[in-house]
Design a binder for this molecule. Structure first.
Ligand code: BG6
Length: 533
């Protein structure tokens, strides 16, 4: 199967005029999951694979091999996964095709630092290919703490497992070029990692160097689950499959752009990670900057991963660095205090288990940034994200400028609102356009009205794949559209590093940090920006 065909098939999923992908056309493969006894495997990956199986979107022949430190045989592993489903989805329909699905699941005990165990894994994979007539196509999914990525990446290389016919001797991390494509119908080896990709620019480069010691760029799939959301994918469709938006999508007509992703959840059980990350690394370095790139990028010449990535990277490159002395004017940091969410009292961040009592880790950030290019010069982009806020919602607001001259102004005083386009990502998956219309009554009576396209209602009975289903499928298809490319990762860090450095290396961080009550719209100082959205 050529890469072009892969992309074509990927696009056949889910879009209005598309047919569903037929798994029967996919090459057989083995999905190897490291961290098999962990939460991510049982909660997300196995249900995602089962759902793909149910919709006939897995290849007719496939193996799923779990690897982890626990000693188990294949049957015990299947039973432990079934027990988890039973507990977490009681009464759900997972049981009816479980036996058929789970017959393809296997287990290999593996110590992550033990070369001998990787050789045993290689032996099992060869045996499965032989006995079950699967092609040696392998996707290695690292559902383990990021600290283990370099170790596992290196060991896979040393055990000869990184070498599909597409290469695998590693490379220098340049984007996959046309000349480097995998020959059609050759076995492949791919590695899938989730964010965080490093802690800062240096560590991201170091991690990448290790991964590239074993894998080529086109073999590496860096997940950002926001990119797999239908509504996020729809941003490019809306912008570039319609002629009416693009002519207005620039500094001449747009006043500002806002991107907000707020959550009601607190840090939960993740304080160990979150204390070293904070909201800027957890949400901005990845999800928020991806939403920004999709909103701000130029139209690529073709809807293909490499072209789309190229355009996104240009946005990251054009981000105007923050002047150190203007930090406070462009950035508000917050940390949630105790408060009430949905009528329930919740503790503040400092009272959460595992959080240092004097922690200055931000759980909220509001940032005003500029993109230095022809299209966006001078248009502020407000990026806002926080935990324990009043609502869980993600949306992008395109605020248009006011009409240049209003003949209605005298009668309506200042009540006439400028047009606004809202791309709802969650919970309302919709596109809304606000405009002015005449309301019945006196001649000059205008009122703002809204035209809505509700994505969920339109979707009807079609199966909609969730983010994990999408990324697993795309990894099998070899389509990088929904993944980060290393040059983008590095540019995102390059933009954020000085900000993080300024916030963390002196009192600036503590000075910028404001406490906000859980369940509120964030710190007072950011309120005027939040209200813009
Ligand atoms: C994750 C962050 O990447 O995204 C979490 O690590 C955050 O802290 C989550 O809660 C938000 O994702 P979503 O899809 O619920 O908006």
């Amino acid at each position: 199967m050529s890469d072009d065909n892969d992309t074509e098939r990927r696009r056949d999923l889910g879009a209005g005029s598309c047919t569903l992908l037929n798994g029967a056309d996919l090459p057989s493969c083995t999905i190897v999951i490291f961290g098999a006894s962990g939460d991510l495997t049982a909660r997300k990956l196995i249900p995602a694979l089962q759902n793909l199986f149910r919709h006939r979107c897995l290849p007719p022949r496939y193996n799923i091999v779990g690897c982890g430190r626990s000693a188990m045989d294949h049957e015990r592993f299947r039973q432990s996964l079934a027990a988890f489903q039973e507990e977490n989805q009681p009464g759900a329909g997972w049981r009816h095709d479980w036996a058929e699905f789970a017959a393809n699941i296997f287990y290999q005990p593996l110590r992550y630092d033990e070369p001998e165990d990787y050789r045993a894994l290689a032996t099992l994979l060869e045996q499965l290919d032989r006995e079950r007539l699967t092609t040696p196509n392998r996707a290695f999914y690292l559902a383990v703490p990021p600290a283990l990525y370099p170790l596992i990446g290196r060991q896979l290389g040393e055990a000869g497992l990184a070498t599909g016919e597409e290469g695998g001797d590693g490379d220098k991390g340049q984007p996959a070029g046309e000349g480097r494509r995998r020959p059609a119908d050759q076995p492949w080896a791919r590695i899938v990692v989730e964010k965080p990709f490093g802690h800062d620019l240096n560590s991201a480069v170091a991690l990448d160097r290790v991964l590239h010691g074993s894998f080529r760029e086109e073999q590496i799939f860096r997940i950002d689950h926001y990119l797999a959301k239908e509504t996020v994918q729809n941003i490019l469709m809306l912008r570039f499959a319609n002629a009416i938006f693009e002519p207005l999508w620039n500094r001449s007509y747009i006043d500002y752009v806002g991107i907000i992703s707020s959550e009601k959840l607190g840090v939960e059980h993740r304080a160990g990670f979150y204390e070293t990350a904070g909201v800027l690394r957890d949400m901005f370095q990845n999800h928020m900057l991806q939403l920004l790139a999709l909103t701000a990028m130029e139209p690529p010449s073709r809807f293909e991963a490499a072209q789309v990535q190229d355009e996104k990277v240009k946005v990251f490159r054009a981000l105007k660095p923050f002047a150190r002395d203007k930090l406070a004017a462009n950035l508000v940091l917050g940390q949630y205090g105790p408060g009430v969410i949905d009528g329930r009292e919740v503790p503040g961040y400092l009272q959460e288990p595992g959080v240092a009592p004097d922690s200055v880790t931000p759980t909220f950030a509001a940032m005003r940034l500029l993109i230095d290019n022809w299209r966006w010069r001078g248009v502020p982009f407000y990026l806002i994200s926080g935990k324990r806020m009043a609502a869980k919602e993600t949306r992008i607001v395109i605020q248009f400028k006011e009409v240049p001259h209003s003949m209605f102004r005298r009668e309506l005083l200042d009540t006439m609102l400028a047009n606004r386009l809202v791309l709802g990502i969650y919970p309302e998956e919709k596109i809304s356009l606000n405009f002015q219309a005449k309301s019945p009554g006196t001649k000059e009576c205008l009122q703002p009205v809204t035209m809505d396209f509700n994505y969920e209602r339109r979707q009807g009975a079609k199966p909609v794949f969730d983010a994990y289903e999408m990324v697993l499928l795309d990894c099998i298809l070899g389509d990088h559209m929904l993944f980060w490319r290393q040059d983008g990762v590095e540019l995102a860090w390059k933009f954020l590093d000085p900000i993080l450095h300024a916030c963390e290396s002196c009192e600036a961080g503590a000075r910028l940090l404001q406490t906000y009550p859980a369940g509120s719209p964030g710190p007072e100082k950011a309120r005027s920006w939040v209200e813009l959205l």
